[in-house]
Design a protein around this ligand. Sequence first.
Ligand SMILES: Cc1cc2nc3c(=O)[nH]c(=O)nc-3n(C[C@H](O)[C@H](O)[C@H](O)COP(=O)(O)OP(=O)(O)OC[C@H]3O[C@@H](n4cnc5c(N)ncnc54)[C@H](O)[C@@H]3O)c2cc1C
Length: 362
Amino acid sequence: MSAHSPLHLVSSPSEAARDDAFPLVAIERLRRNGRLAAPLPEALGGDDLCAPERVGDLRRLLTQVGRDSLPVGRIYEGHVNALALVLRYADPETRAALARDALDGHLFGVWNTEPKENGLTLDAVGRLHGAKSFASGAGFVTRPLVTARAPDGRSLMLVMRMKAGERADLGEWRVHGMRATATGTVDFTGLGSSDGAVVGAPDDYFRQPFFFAGAWRFLAVQLGGMEAVVETFRTHMRTTGRGGDPHQQARFGRSLIALESCRLLVAQAAETAAAEALSPDRVVACVNLARAAVDQAGLDVLTLAQRSVGLAGFLDDHPLEAQMRDLATYLRQPAPDFALTGMAAHVLEADAPLHGLWGAEP
Ligand SMILES: Cc1cc2nc3c(=O)[nH]c(=O)nc-3n(C[C@H](O)[C@H](O)[C@H](O)COP(=O)(O)OP(=O)(O)OC[C@H]3O[C@@H](n4cnc5c(N)ncnc54)[C@H](O)[C@@H]3O)c2cc1C
């Protein structure tokens, strides 16, 4: 693909047949089923899915969407994350205006990652300079929430008003998996803060525990991807009649343990993040525990499925082939070493006994 190459504006059935086509049909289905508005409070026309008491429903929905398609799960998770930030930090007028955009069907996303050189800045007169990289839904997300560094070094959140196809460069997204997410570079130079809405106060985006603990949402999506791999593994055993073999049973059993342990840890992380009843450090450690577990378990499940299904699973007409590439790619999230060691250091330093660390024992 060349720089500024045209986007693949194709839809089903071609969408299902190509793994680099943005999932327009699936996103349209989410829109039609009210899923794009669902994170909003009822008073703003939604289903209150971001409310702490609905965290289990949101978690299950993210896992379900990820199970059906990890690229769709990634896009939907970004949409939910952006609306959660808007609901938490925006003033009432901005919140209401952006809620109307969500109800009108605009797709949101969070674009924080940026190139080493040419990161996004906001100058003293409100002009934007620079770009965001690894921006999922580039060209399709019409309300991206971006972070931009102000002259005083602090970061502001802006939700930009963009048109479909505008400024999206997908030229470098030649990638192992998650090709359909249209993850690209978007240069905002020439636009200004008046082309969007400021959300919250400087550095609100990085406030803890919300910033790190929000990782539970991508874990829920990744869990769906793991589940899809294990389900395909199971189907393959059944259709090939190889499930009676003890080696296959042992590998399948280990996959199931990896999956179901992660389901419990992700549920615990989501509940702990939503309740915000523990200290910020402990909430983050609890989510990082789940991050480290899912990162390892995801890789384990991939290896076990590869060994059990064998070469058939690498053929491009086998469902496992794309599922494995998508999961392996999506498991790569920021600073996994820090997630593990930061959590371990926190627990090593904690005075509370292990059994009471995360609150009430289940
Ligand atoms: C499909 C997909 C879609 C994405 N969409 C978006 C999006 O819409 N918006 C967005 O903002 N981002 C997006 N991202 C980017 C994502 O948030 C992360 O920035 C990215 O995945 C980081 O991956 P990485 O493996 O390079 O991480 P890194 O953090 O660079 O980790 C790579 C390795 O280096 C280690 N490491 C990290 N820091 C250091 C250090 N200082 N010193 C030594 N070692 C270190 C890590 O522990 C790890 O072992 C997307 C990523 C993917 C895969």
